[in-house]
Design a protein around this ligand. Structure first.
Ligand SMILES: CC(C)(COP(=O)(O)OP(=O)(O)OC[C@H]1O[C@@H](n2cnc3c(N)ncnc32)[C@H](O)[C@@H]1OP(=O)(O)O)[C@@H](O)C(=O)NCCC(=O)NCCS
Length: 157
């Protein structure tokens, strides 16, 4: 099923479809401008996944000195639970490592059990909780960290 999965760098032609997916996914979706900013982000990596020619996923990191901060990760709803999110994270973090990142961080909604599980299987650990971090519903954020990106050897399932 995932034999044709490929990741490419975000291009402006991808943005209309990504916006559609984004708006059906997040309660506080990124704007078109936010995605356009990723096109020329000096310290960013933003990848788009294609499965059988269709956009199936996207996500990005910003590299802040030597830390890769995960900014957005989405898999189309009907394609979740098959390992695409894991493959996307691996691609993102491997690219970040080639650009000098030695560790990675992210925030995730405390209720997002599937994302937290995915990040833990990739080696992230929960470090702290930011109370009422998300403005839309005042939900807490769990801060997660992957400490040693240099020695990190995840396996794709
Ligand atoms: C988080 C997300 C990117 C994961 O993508 P995915 O392609 O489904 O991820 P994978 O299939 O690679 O792995 C999902 C893991 O979570 C598990 N999982 C799925 N639903 C789960 C749930 N409700 N509770 C716990 N684990 C769950 C899967 O079994 C799998 O674990 P396994 O590898 O041990 O079997 C996807 O769910 C998504 O786009 N969610 C909406 C956007 C979002 O929340 N992004 C993250 C913001 S921080």
């Amino acid at each position: 099923m995932l034999a044709t999965l490929r990741f490419v760098t975000l291009d402006k032609t991808h943005i209309p479809k990504i916006l559609e997916i984004e708006q059906s996914t997040h309660s506080a979706p990124w704007s078109q401008r936010s995605f356009e900013n990723e096109l020329e982000h000096k310290y960013g990596v933003f990848l788009v996944g294609f499965l059988e020619g269709e956009i199936c996923a996207y996500g990005g990191v910003w590299i802040l000195v030597d830390e890769a901060h995960v900014t957005n990760v989405v898999v189309r709803e009907n394609l979740r639970g098959q390992g695409i999110g894991r493959r996307l994270m691996i691609e993102l973090l491997e690219k970040a490592r080639t650009k000098g990142a030695v560790c990675a961080t992210l925030e995730v909604r405390a209720s997002n059990a599937s994302a937290i599980h995915l990040y833990e299987t990739l080696g992230f650990v929960q470090t702290t909780v930011r109370k009422k971090y998300y403005p839309d519903n005042k939900e807490d954020a769990v801060v997660m960290m992957l400490n040693d990106l240099l020695d990190w050897k995840p396996s794709a399932k």
